[in-house]
Ligand binder design. Structure first.
Ligand SMILES: [Zn+2]
Length: 175
């Protein structure tokens, strides 16, 4: 595990979170962060903002986006909050998709760290292992897509995010 992932794991342990879905909004609030959900009219491509000024800590989330994306955005901004010192981060929509390799944000080292943190926070590898075992017990034969859909529902993330997570964790399912 890299450093951002370790910080995410520690945060889950500190908050006694042992199973999905991970309550990212509760974690943010317990860290003293104000969550502000707004549609960002005219700035549709903004997914999340982290703003710090002394004791004031605000995460702004685009409420026009799907719930799963909002959860990922909260987790991503929490990553900046925990890992980085800058007072302002403005994040635009980044497709969580391994095929989309030209995103300018994805090459920024802080963005890579915040995404790694968010992935481990929302889809901790230990939780995935546990849930996979549980699902596999239920079905004797399961295809890759048959596992990603139910897991994405259990973890309240998009199927794309779960698929990307599978690839990063090197989880391969033989058919
Ligand atoms: Zn970011």
């Amino acid at each position: 595990m890299n450093k951002p992932e370790k910080r995410a794991k520690k945060l889950l342990e500190d908050h006694n979170i042992v199973k999905p879905p991970v309550p990212v909004d509760q974690i943010a609030r317990r860290l003293g962060v104000i969550l502000s959900f707004e549609p960002f009219d005219g700035e549709d491509d903004i997914s999340g903002i982290l703003y710090r000024d002394g004791d004031t800590k605000i995460i702004g989330i685009n409420s026009a986006h799907p719930d799963t994306r909002q959860r990922f955005s909260i987790a991503h901004e929490l990553g900046h909050f925990v890992l980085h010192k800058k007072d302002l981060f403005v994040d635009k929509v980044v497709r969580v998709n391994f095929r989309d390799e030209t995103s300018s944000q994805a090459v920024d080292i802080e963005e890579i760290a915040a995404n790694a943190f968010a992935a481990e926070l929302l889809m901790p590898r230990e939780f995935i292992r546990t849930e996979m075992k549980r699902l596999l017990k239920k079905k004797s034969v399961i295809e890759k897509d048959g596992l990603i859909e139910p897991l994405s529902r259990i973890f309240k993330v998009s199927p794309q995010a779960m698929e990307y997570r599978f690839i990063n964790l090197g989880i391969l399912i033989s058919e």
